[in-house]
Each structure stands twice: as C-alpha cells, then as structure tokens.
Ligand binder design. Structure first.
Ligand code: PLP
Length: 395
C-alpha cells in the first residue's frame, strides 16, 4: 500500500458516503490502454472505467477538444444556443435513427428522458396507466424511473415506494415478451446486450418479437445502448448488428470519452413527443462535454476502427475460450463476459489480476467482464490472455 492510497482511503472513510466498495488502488495517470497508480505501478486497463474511456485514456484528440473548448466557453445553460451541442445532435441522429436528441449528464438520466417519452406517447394514444416492460437482470440506472426498470434493484424496499408502471419478463424470452405487451404498454425498454448482469446478448428472436409486439400495440421499442453503444460491439450502435430498428436508443458512458454526457436519440415516432416544459437539465449538452463527444465520434465512427473492434474481439474471445477454467465466453466485439468453471472464485481471480496489473471487473458471481479500449493493441490482448490464464491457475 502506498502512502497516497492510505491517505485517500482515510479521507474517504471519514467523508464519503459508503455507496461503493472500491479496489485498493489509487490511480493517478492514464494513457491509451495503460493506467498508473500512485506508486508508479503500471496496469493494462481492460475495463476502461466501465466502458467510458473506449478510445483509451486521455486520447490526444479528446484532450485537445476539451482544452480548446474550455479555454473559450465552458457553460451558458440551455437557455441559449451553442454550436457543439447542435452539431453533436446532428451527428448522433444521422448516424442512427434520424430523429431528435435530448442531452443528459449520465446514462440513468438519458433513460429518464426515454421513460418520459414513452409515457407521454402512450397518453397520446389514450393509455391512462402506461406500463414499461424490461427483461429481468436488465440494468437501466439508479434514479427512480430507471431504477423501477431495473428489476434486480427495484425490489429494495428500503428505497420504496418504487415508481409504478414497470414490469419484467425473463431475459430473452420471446414468448413471455409477446404475452406481456398489450394495450397498456408504453414501451419495451431493454438492453440489446446486457452489461451489468455479466454480458448477455439478447437473441435476435427476442428482439424481433419485441419489435413485432410494439408494432402491433403501438408501444415504443427503446434500446438502452449506454454500455453497448459508441462502437463497443464493433458497430457504432449495437442495434445495427441486429435485425431490428428501435424507436429510440439511449447512450452515455463512452460518448464523452470520460466527460459526463448522456443522450436519448429518437427515430421519427418518438422525435416530437416532448415539448417545452416536459423535460430539461441545467448542465446537459454543455459545450465542453459535447465537444469531447464530437472528438470521440471522429475517432470511433470509422469503418477501419470498427472492423478492428470486431476482429480483436474475435481474437480475444477465442483466446479466452481456450483457457483452462473458462466455461463460457459471451459477448460481441470488445464487450466480453467470461463465465468461470464451478469452483473458481471470480472475485479472487479479479483481485489477483489487479495485483498482477490487469484491470477487469466481476459483475456477477462467476463472471469476469472485459471492456478493453477499442484501440487495444494485439500484443496487449496476448498479454491479457496470458495474465488471465495464470490467474485462473494461481488465484
Ligand atoms: N444503462 C446501462 C446499460 C448501464 O450499463 C448503465 C451503467 O452501468 C446505466 C444505464 C446507468 O448509467 P449511469 O451510471 O451513467 O447513470
């Protein structure tokens, strides 16, 4: 333990609310796929701040965009026009569903916007008690709307009462979804690839069932791409590798390259639902975050980079699947979940890897989650596979 880490831990222990269990590392610097702690130890980062620093830490183009914008203008509020916000909205719309964009400051807030759109859209169809349907083990965030759509957390009675009008069906169950969607349904809000539950791609059959059921009932189909979007799966948006086109997607995490930003991006059916007074945010869409996001999209929205994500993803998944101790490798592109054989302690493997200089995380009991930078290099993939092989034997 370093003096730096001990001091930081002492401050945290006294002053921070105890909402997180942190790993015992005090990071002080990052560059590309690498991080350094206060002691100067180097780490290979295969988590990227939970899929936030997807273009690598402190990418020079993102740093330059933040620096240039912050020297000119940092904030004026949403009562005025600012060009980076408008240009980013254009870019997000034209690269996806073609409708309008609402900016937020986080993933959960992007989903709050989507939930408001879904409810208002349903009221306009005469639905008085609209309902939003998600999959079990979906994760949509921690504010009350998104929380109500997150079945695994919504049962926390100590935080109740929860917002009414939400229900869930078993993950990927096309028949259950068809049966659940009806006249009252405002939206089906799902992660096309579940992230927090340990990387579970939803089968195309269930996505098609969701699309068809929404079309029949008039409900909106909303994909939460907060973890899977912005190139993570090897296409700019995750839905682009599925047979369906949702009515709206939500994005955040990687969008700002580390700056806090979220977006609810609509297609035509959902574009004009919200009107002045329905929603807002003081900080959202500010010039610094949106300039950073434009720089991120300049880097990620590139067929060569996205092909590299798909190819490196295949290499990484094949290398992991061949290791002793690995029961299953799930995911798409560089969004990868590794289920370990029974008897192996994923938390111990994760902690061992951190001590050996590889950052991953353990979202579920027997699962390692890997979200390396989209710009990860071939030799770094080899190094990570080697370290995981050793930790599976030694942890
Ligand atoms: N939706 C998904 C799929 C997520 O993975 C997350 C965060 O992990 C969220 C929503 C919430 O995002 P935030 O933590 O930025 O509020």
């Amino acid at each position: 333990m370093t003096a730096g880490l001990e001091q930081t831990q002492a401050l945290e222990e006294r002053y921070l609310m105890r909402t997180y269990k942190r790993a015992p590392v005090d990071f002080v610097r990052g560059e590309g796929s690498l991080l350094w702690d206060a002691d100067g130890n180097e780490y290979l980062d295969f988590l990227t701040g939970i899929s936030v620093c997807s273009v690598g830490h402190c990418h020079p183009r993102v740093v330059a965009a933040i620096r240039e914008q912050s020297e000119r203008l940092i904030h004026v509020s949403n009562l005025f026009y600012t060009e980076p916000m408008a240009r980013l909205a254009q870019r997000l719309s034209e690269s996806s569903l073609g409708g309008r964009v609402f900016f937020a400051n986080s993933g959960t807030e992007a989903n709050e916007c989507a939930i408001k759109i879904a409810r208002k859209h349903a009221h306009a169809r005469g639905v008085s008690a609209p309902e939003i349907i998600s999959f079990e083990s979906d994760f949509h965030g921690r504010t009350y709307g998104a929380l109500a759509a997150t079945p695994g957390l919504a049962g926390n009675e100590a935080l109740g009462p929860m917002l009414p009008g939400f229900r869930s069906v078993p993950r990927g169950d096309a028949e259950a979804l068809r049966a659940a969607v009806g006249e009252r349904t405002a939206a089906v809000l799902i992660e096309p690839i579940q992230g927090e539950s340990g990387i579970h791609p939803i089968p195309d059959e269930a996505l098609v069932a969701a699309r068809e059921a929404c079309d029949e009932s008039g409900a909106l189909l909303i994909f939460d791409e907060i973890q899977a979007g912005v190139g993570r799966t090897g296409s700019l948006w995750a839905y682009q590798q599925t047979p369906v086109r949702p009515d709206a997607i939500t994005a955040a995490k990687a969008l700002g390259g580390g700056m806090p930003i979220g977006a609810c991006i609509t297609g035509p059916a959902a574009a004009d639902v919200l009107e002045p007074g329905d929603h807002g945010s003081t900080f959202a869409g500010g010039p610094v975050a949106t300039s950073a996001a434009l720089a991120v999209l300049d880097i990620v929205d590139d067929p060569g980079l996205l092909r590299g994500v798909r190819e490196r993803g295949e290499t990484l998944r094949a290398g992991l699947a061949a290791l002793d101790g690995v029961a299953e490798v799930r995911g798409r592109g560089l969004m990868i979940g590794v289920r370990l054989e029974p008897g192996l302690d994923a938390a111990a493997v994760g902690a061992h890897l951190l001590r050996r200089g590889l950052v991953v995380n353990v979202p579920a009991e027997s699962t390692l989650r890997l979200l390396p930078p989209l710009v990860v290099e071939d030799d770094q993939i080899e190094r990570a596979i080697g370290l995981i092989a050793e930790s599976l034997l030694e942890a």
